[in-house]
Design a protein around this ligand. Structure first.
Ligand code: 5GP
Length: 190
């Protein structure tokens, strides 16, 4: 998606260690008009898939997922990052290793919101090593729901997540795919 690529080029900040900061339009301040164009593109890609729920993960995926959901006319569920040791109640749970913070945490979704008859589209801001996406896929599978695919804003294709998840037979559509990036040379898209 050219619009998102242009925005990454002009406003993205590359940090050492392969981290792209997009706080001015995606991860902190949010450009809702841009999110709308992203939502339309996700709909174009997945419109014939009978999506009944969009699943994302707190916090950065929520804004993108909510705007997209207006085009799909379906609810959004966000997986919560569990902060307590005890996982209580009727929940599906999975482990995720954070790429940006380097720690492992549990994500949870209440069973009542993810049903076997659901057709789920997962939406997230970044795909790097694929741990967040893998965790969300586990929740969908545990619920016995159908996974339609994943819609990602920014895929860092130089990290293994995309190949890993596609290798599992999951459809992954990314709006901007970064082939390489460095502080010296900037961003190159696929
Ligand atoms: P993964 O689990 O695929 O390794 O990483 C995905 C999650 O890590 C995303 O939900 C996102 O929050 C965060 N993330 C990974 N790489 C980056 C990055 O380069 N920039 C930002 N802002 N977040 C990232």
């Amino acid at each position: 998606m050219k619009l998102l690529e242009e925005r990454i080029r002009t406003d993205g900040i590359i940090r050492e260690g392969g981290v792209l900061k997009v706080d001015s339009f995606l991860n902190h301040q949010m450009d809702v008009k841009l999110f709308q164009e992203m939502g339309k593109e996700f709909l174009r890609l997945y419109k014939d898939c009978g999506v009944t729920k969009i699943l994302t993960i707190e916090a950065s995926g929520i804004g993108i997922a909510c705007v997209a959901a207006q085009f799909f006319d379906c609810p959004v569920i966000f997986a919560k990052k569990n902060k307590t040791k005890n996982i209580a109640g009727d929940v599906y749970t999975s482990k995720v290793e954070s790429f940006t913070h380097g720690k492992v945490y549990d994500i949870i979704v209440a069973k009542q919101f993810l049903l076997p008859e659901d057709r789920v589209l997962i939406i997230d801001d970044f795909l790097a090593n694929g741990s967040a996406l893998q965790g969300l896929i586990n929740l969908v599978r545990d619920a016995g729901a159908t996974l339609v695919g994943a819609g990602i804003a920014v895929e860092k294709a130089f990290q293994p997540g995309g190949d890993l998840i596609r290798g599992m037979g999951v459809r992954v559509e990314s709006l901007a795919k970064i082939k390489s990036m460095s502080v010296e040379n900037g961003v190159e898209f696929c």
